[in-house]
Design a protein around this ligand. Structure first.
Ligand code: ADP
Ligand code: GLC
Length: 479
């Protein structure tokens, strides 16, 4: 049996701020259980709902030397959906209403977590062959494995993988601070290791020291070798390109299934969507106080409201979009400028724009099911899960051709009768507007073609089935 331990800062159903949580919470279920025992270790945040914490089993605790102090490390375990989860408890670090608090404290929080993960292994009932690390929060783990921990025979032979879900976030502060928080000697702070542009960089440590590096789509794996997408680390990505794999994300086809989703108004599937899907639209229109009109095209957005997702393009042409015969339903939180932009348009176009500035799993499902199209014009997108959820619900994505959006949405070709959505190439607001209007034209003037696009979208398989096999190959290549 090959033993794999995922280490991450978020994971559904316990704590989620974005797609990372979806991936860490669903992928482990899809490995071949005869060959792989994949478990997950997470911080035990105070904000995790009691329905889960009450099911956690207390294992043990110990005190770990960290920053010149003895720090409490509690260990809990829970089996959920057939997967074993471990939780690291420390109320000083993991209290609060959100997994991420201020940027500086987060560095210490996750440096502590990374050290605590490794310190816990000798007393867990599970010695992993591979530690699979996710994003900067766990970037120090591969470094520690090669540094102090690596001198202990227990840790020798444990391999590590660093998966980049978003290269934009690297865990950066001054060299002095990162050195203090990581407790690593001077040797590690040269420009070929944890130093980058005179700062200390936790993710860079993970990328340099992991045995393999992956990211969440093929296109993004190539893009990050270029200066535009490389976030300053493109040289390192090129240097590690022999060990860099792009494996596209999947989604949990059980949690996201229009035929079996209790969060939506009307269930439907690939056979019945022509009659049933629209009932989700009219019910949502009614609930949100929009004009109830089954024929009106509805465009959805469910997103973190940040520059990454292309909201400056939307801002530039939002009045034009709203002057068309469409309704826009937005769900998201993030930068104040975009939250306020959508609040303003919600007020300005009361019949056609409905903005929801909060986080809600239930509302997100209703939007994926109700809308005709889903807008995601990202500046960059490592993979993107929202467009996969949309495809699953027969809601056609309108996307920019970047990263995972390019790999998962096939643009409509009216001459060949192919495609599952609409896309445009350049980061340009009017190119996006042209693409949206082309989609409107197909929706209003060629409804049969539109429905065939929905047929093809719903027939696509973005479950974990094929990507989990690629992770299995990756693990085998290391063992
Ligand atoms: P990212 O991880 O960059 O935010 P993804 O597309 O990979 O983007 O994943 C976003 C996930 O977060 C999706 O599951 C999406 O439905 C969900 N999501 C984003 N914002 C909200 C919100 N306000 N309410 C509910 N779900 C949201
Ligand atoms: C990041 C990326 C997103 C990706 C997700 C899960 O949040 O922004 O594109 O889908 O991680 O890998």
């Amino acid at each position: 049996m090959k033993k794999i331990l995922f280490a991450a800062s978020e994971c559904v159903p316990f704590v989620k701020t974005g797609g990372l949580a979806d991936v860490v919470g669903s992928l482990p279920k899809y490995f071949n259980k005869e060959e792989f025992d994949v478990r997950v270790i997470l911080p035990k945040y105070m904000m995790i709902k009691q329905e889960y914490t009450s099911k956690m089993e207390y294992l043990t605790n110990f005190y770990m030397d960290y920053l010149g102090d003895h720090k409490y490390v509690g260990l809990f375990r829970m089996v959920h959906d057939g997967v074993t989860f471990y939780f690291i408890d420390n109320e000083y670090y993991f209290s609060g209403s959100h997994p991420y608090t201020d940027a500086f404290f987060d560095l210490e929080k996750f440096a502590f977590f990374s050290k605590a993960v490794l310190s816990s292994l000798p007393i867990l009932d599970f010695r992993p062959d591979i530690i699979h690390c996710h994003d900067w929060q766990t970037g120090l783990i591969p470094v520690h494995l090669k540094a102090g921990f690596g001198y202990n025979p227990f840790f020798q032979g444990i391999r590590s993988i660093m998966t980049i879900h978003n290269l934009k976030f690297q865990g950066v502060w001054s060299v002095e601070e990162i050195q203090r928080l990581s407790e690593l000697p001077d040797y590690f702070f040269s420009s070929d290791k944890l130093e980058a542009y005179k700062d200390g960089n936790m993710l860079k440590g993970g990328i340099v020291y992991a045995d393999k590096v992956t990211t969440v789509s093929n296109t993004y794996a190539n893009e990050i070798k270029t200066p535009f997408y490389g976030e300053g680390l493109d040289g390192l990505m090129r240097a590690r390109s022999n060990d860099l794999w792009g494996i596209v994300n999947g989604i949990d086809y059980e949690s996201f299934d229009p035929a079996n989703d209790d969060l939506i108004y009307q269930k439907y599937d690939a056979r019945t969507f022509r009659k049933e899907k629209v009932k989700n639209k009219t019910a949502l229109q009614k609930d949100l106080g929009l004009e109830v009109d089954p024929k009106r095209m509805m465009i959805g957005i469910v997103s973190r409201l940040t520059d990454q997702k292309g909201f400056d393009l939307i801002q530039c042409v939002l009045d034009q979009i709203c002057s068309d015969s469409v309704q826009l339903v937005v769900l998201g939180t993030g930068d104040a400028k975009y939250e306020n932009m959508f609040r303003h348009y919600d007020w300005k176009y009361q019949n056609s724009v409905s903005a929801h500035i909060y986080y809600s799993e239930a509302m997100s499902h209703k939007i994926y099911a109700a809308c005709d199209a889903f807008l995601m014009p990202s500046l960059f997108e490592p993979c993107g899960l929202s467009q996969l959820m949309s495809l699953r619900y027969g809601t056609l994505p309108i996307v920019r051709e970047t990263g995972g959006l390019k790999d998962t949405v096939e643009p409509y070709n009216e001459y060949e009768g192919t495609g599952t959505g609409f896309s445009f190439a350049n980061y340009n607001a009017h190119e996006m507007l042209g693409c949206i209007r082309y989609a409107e034209h197909i929706y209003y003037d060629k409804k049969r073609e539109w429905n065939k696009l929905v047929d093809r979208a719903m027939a696509k398989d973005f479950s974990w089935n094929s990507s989990a096999r690629q992770y299995e190959n990756l693990y085998r290549s290391l063992l």
